[in-house]
Design a protein around this ligand. Sequence first.
Ligand SMILES: [Zn+2]
Length: 461
Amino acid sequence: MTAELIVRSKRVVTPEAVHPAAIHIRDGVIAAVTPPQEIPPRCEVFDAGYSVVMPGTVDTHVHVNEPGRTEWEGFTTATRAAAAGGVTTIVDMPLNSIPATTTLEAFEAKLAAARGKCQVEVGFWGGVVPGNLRELRRLYEAGVLGFKSFLIPSGVDEFRHVGEADLEAAMKELAALGALLIVHAEVPGPVDNALAASGDGHARDPRRYDTFLRSRPREAEDEAVALVIRLSRKTGCRVHIVHLSSASALPLLRRAKAEGMPITAETCPHYLCFAAEEIPDGATEFKCCPPIRERENCDRLWAALGEGLIQMIVSDHSPCPPEMKQRESGDFLRAWGGISSLQLRLPAMWTAARQRGYDLCDLTKWLCSAPAALVGLEKRKGSIAPGCDADLCGWSPEATFRVNSATLHHRHKLTPYAGHVLSGVVEATFLRGNLIYDRGQFPSSATGALLQRAHAWTSPS
Ligand SMILES: [Zn+2]
C-alpha cells in the first residue's frame, strides 16, 4: 500500500481511543491507521508531534446567508473561519439567504453562489414552509441533506413558519422520502402569553437580559418538542430538534427515545458556556432564540449530553451586520437574535467540557461523528478510520488564547466569546489530505466540495 501522505501524532483520536498513530492518506482518503513507526519509504510525513489529531469537525447548523444577504455572512468568509477553527464540513441553513432554499430553483441559486468559494465541504438543508409541499421531493432528489422548519416566526419574511396542519402534511411527505426533518422547536402560544403578561412588551427594561429571557419561556420549547414527537409518532418521520435550550423538554425526549422513536437533538456552545445570570445589561451579542437560560438549566443540558439524550453540539453560527445587534442602545428586544461562533466551537467546547471531566473522545463524538451521522455522512466524515475522507484537525488542547476579533475570519467579529481565554489552539486543518489551514495561514485555495446527497453518497434511509 503506497500512501501519498502520512499524518503522524502521539495523540490521534480514533473511534476506539486516543493513541499514537500514523494516518496513511491516499487520494484524499484514509487508507490505513497504523502504529506511528510504520512509515513506508519515500512518502511525505506531516509530524504533528504531541498535538492532538482528531477528525475535522462537522457543523450541521451554520447560517451562511449567501446569496441575498452576503453582507451578513458569505461562503468565502464562513468557510475560511471554518478552516481556521478545524471545521471541515458545514451544512448551510435554508434561511436568511434570498431566496430561501425552499424551491429547486432557489437551491440551484444557492449552489451557484457557493461554487468555487468554499474552503471546506458544504452541504445544504432545504426548507419546509407553508405552500412548498410539492418542492420537497424535487429538493431532496437534487441533493439537500434534509429539511428545516420553524414553528414560530423565523425572523425573516422569506421563510415563514408552519402550523400543525402544514407540518403534518410535510412530515408525511418526508417520511415517504425517508428524509430527516429538523425543527426550530418553539411555538408562539407561550411567547404571546409572556408578551401579554408584560403589558405592552415595553413595560420592562429592554436593556436587561432578564426582560428578553422572560419573553421566550421554556414552555414554548417544551410544547414544540411535544408537538414534534406527537407528529413523528403519527407520520413515522425522522426528526431532530435543533438548538435545544430548555432542559425541561428533556424528559419528553427521554420517553420518546425509550419508545424507540427516531428522534435526536442538538445543543449549542452558548447554552453550555454561558448562563443568563451572568449576561450583562445591554450585551446583545448574547441574544439568540431560544435564549441562553439559567445556570441550573445549563447543568441539566450537560447531564443530557453525558447521558446521550443530546447527541451533538453545533454552532448555530448566525451573524448579522453589527448595527443590527443594536449594541449601542443595548436593546435586547430589537436586536437580531443570532450568535457568531463557527470558528470557536472547538476551543469553547473543549474549555467547558474538560472542566466538567469530559475527554477528547466525548468531544469528538459531539463535534464530529454524531453530526456527520445526522446527515448520513458517517462513512466519509467525522471519524479517523480507513475509507473516510482525510479531513483532520491538529490542535493543542493545553495551549490557551484570548479571543481577539483580529483573529476571527467571520465576516463580522462581534461575538460573546470576545475577550474570553479558551483552551485549545487549532494549528492545522486538512481537507481530503490537503493542508487548508496552517497556524494562521491558508496554504490552498478553495477546495471544498458541495455535498449533494444524491450525487455524493447513497441515502442512509
Ligand atoms: Zn439557526
